[in-house]
Design a protein around this ligand. Sequence first.
Ligand code: NAP
Ligand code: MG
Length: 490
Amino acid sequence: MTKTLKLYTNGEWVDSSNPSMQNILNPANQEVIAKAPKATKEETEEAIKAAKDAFESGVWSERTPLERAEVLLQIADKMEENLDALIELEVENNGKTKREAESDATDAANTFRYYAGLLNNSSGEILETDEELQTMIVKEPMGVAGLIVPWNFPLLMSVWKIAPALAAGNSIILKPAEITPMTVVKVFELMDQTDLPKDVAHLLMGSGSIVGQTITESKDVDIVSFTGSTEVGRTIMQAATGNLKKISLELGGKSPNIIFDDADLDTAVDHALFGIFMGSGQVCSSGSRILVQEGIYDEFITKYAESAKRIKVGPGNDEASEMGAIVSEKHMESILNYIQIGKEEGARLVCGGNRIERDGMDNGFFIEPTVFADVTSDMRIVQEEIFGPVVVIQKFKDEEEAIKLANDTDFGLAGGVFSRDQQKAMRVIKKVRAGITWVNTYHLTGVQAPWGGYKQSGIGRSLGTYGLDEYQETKQINISTDPKPIQWFN
Ligand code: NAP
Ligand code: MG
């Protein structure tokens, strides 16, 4: 029987008054795995009101850091006890492989542990501002945090927001992407089993244009933390102007991966493959533009294409699958359309390019690992985020041209450099205008490091101490060490 999901608000699982439901599909076979409610504007406003009341009551916002840390650790424990269920749900709903989902679920639990650790070490500053004045700098929660999440990492992106927002003492309203609510519903079920006060965290499924827009426009929401496309990010920025709420935007990318002649070729090929085909390319930081120096250009392409053709595509729940499904039919069509555009623009299709409808993938949304070469910067497939298993390879002559091509984009999320010359690699990576970068590796990072983009890839940073700062206000408290009249007047 298909599961019917409910909204979670004030510690209760409730139906929406809206009778229309969203079918939640398994993209590997199009089976309906659940039906999800679509919250109305009024229901969203009520949840925001409840979150605000909870904040003002102090039930969470005024707990000590140690008390909040204890609850975050309870959530981490619950997630670890339910790791298999979380992995299974993520595979089923998003289409990714088991290995990918396992990595996400483990990282998600660790994110709660990390922020609990930060709270255990939280401290402020005291400044000697004047002879008779001491200034305390304290961090305080902001109020109600609206958290809007995309479909590519439904679990991990939710937790990257929930953990620091709660750590800071905020109340939260979370809206998952309409098509991928399964794992975050599970997370809320688990949070419900901890000592987190019941009215602090609210989960609203529904559309971006209703639930998302209502959260973003609300005068009672103090920060919106959004991860998604640059296009919707722009809408969020505009909608947030009413009460000048803080915005934190993690947006798209078209990240360069620069391979020099003197790179270890096998390492470069391997990481450049991982850089784009992990998550079927539906990863914001994907190295979707490979720039290769002319001396190894042909050899690189030959080796790269051989490896790309060997990637085993298949349903995520099959242990043998190395690359899973595309999240939805609509998104698959968008990727296939870009492949068509690439052909029309005159890029050379080296391998892939087709939907796969055989070997157990007959009813799912699968696309071959696709490699285009001989591309130029004016092509749409070089400038626009395809967000699928499609990579473009471009040739460069020297260091200067590599940097120029790398930065010839409106995005600035990530980038990589491969070279055995450490000094050159450092020179180049420092010139790449992006927030997340790698030298002789790709994608690897940790919860301690700030995550976010330059240029049109976003505003603000997630994770690390920076991620906690996003959800905090900073207050100065000036204390006289010698109270007496100042005698400015009279
Ligand atoms: P999206 O279309 O921008 O949607 C993201 C979220 O925003 C969804 O929950 C969506 O709801 C909601 N939304 C849509 N319109 C809205 C509106 N007017 N007001 C408020 N919320 C609204 O992105 P996506 O297609 O889900 O995800 C892919 C994108 O996310 C890619 O561009 C990728 O690069 C980016 N991304 C960035 C990072 C990062 O860390 N920088 C990480 C992951 C993904 P519905 O879709 O349910 O209607
Ligand atoms: Mg969308």
